[in-house]
Design a protein around this ligand. Structure first.
Ligand code: DX5
Ligand code: ZN
Length: 217
């Protein structure tokens, strides 16, 4: 079952509830929320208060991507705000085990991710415990960058590791995904597609429904 998780980073921040509604009407069931702190990545976006407001405005599964240093400091805020899935960077913390334990104890799903320069082996200790592994196909920090196809090698590795180990994690891809490379992502074993610019630049409802057609093929 393939999932579309539109990234509202590319939407109009004055109209986030409408941005959620448009992609829901286009068939998306998840919404990707990029949290950046200006330290782990050189950009500042949104935090728990925005997620809390969106939680009241939509039934979409809130897929929260934390690009912040030492995310263990803010986990309770994001969980209380209504995040359904919280993904953190392996490079951002030395408390990975604790983070996974706390998110699961709250009855939520946890994902792990890595920057393009980090080898996929860095995820190995966590793969038996997580619900999702996210492959970044751009340098985290900004929407609208070009897709890095060589990063899909990590998705292929994660898919075969999952098969061999009998694991159950979803494999998500994030960064520069569009209608021209989405099939390549699916073929690499990805089942959750994040798309920001390619959904929100233009008619978001129409763009989301076009992605959904490919995801259902
Ligand atoms: C980048 C973010 C992405 C970004 C994707 O750091 O993690 O989720 O919003 O946007 P596009 O699809 O425009 O690359
Ligand atoms: Zn993201």
């Amino acid at each position: 079952m393939n999932i579309l998780s539109p990234s509202i980073l590319a939407a109009d921040f004055a109209h986030l509830a409408e941005a959620a509604d448009m992609v829901a009407h286009g068939g998306a069931r998840w919404l990707h929320l990029d949290v950046m702190d200006g330290s782990f990545v050189p950009n500042i976006t949104l935090g728990a208060p925005v997620i809390k407001s969106l939680r009241r405005a939509t039934d979409l599964t809130l897929d929260v991507h934390l690009m912040i240093d030492r995310p263990e400091r803010y986990l309770d805020d994001f969980m209380a705000a209504g995040a359904d899935i919280i993904t953190f960077h392996v490079e951002s913390t030395s408390a990975g085990d604790e983070i996974i334990r706390r998110i699961h104890a709250a009855g939520k799903r946890v994902g792990i991710t890595l920057k393009p320069a980090t080898p996929v082996e860095a995820l190995l200790p966590y793969l038996p415990m997580v619900d999702m592994a996210l492959v970044m196909t751009v340098e985290p920090g900004f929407g609208g960058q070009s897709f890095m196809p060589e990063q899909l090698e990590k998705a292929r590795f994660l898919a075969s590791y999952k098969e061999r180990g009998g694991h159950a994690y979803d494999i998500e891809v994030d960064g520069g995904v569009n209608m021209r490379n989405v099939r390549q992502c699916l073929a690499a074993g990805v089942n959750v597609i994040v798309a920001g610019s390619s959904v929100y630049k233009g008619d978001a409802l129409k763009n989301a429904s076009e992605f959904m057609k490919v995801l259902g093929e």
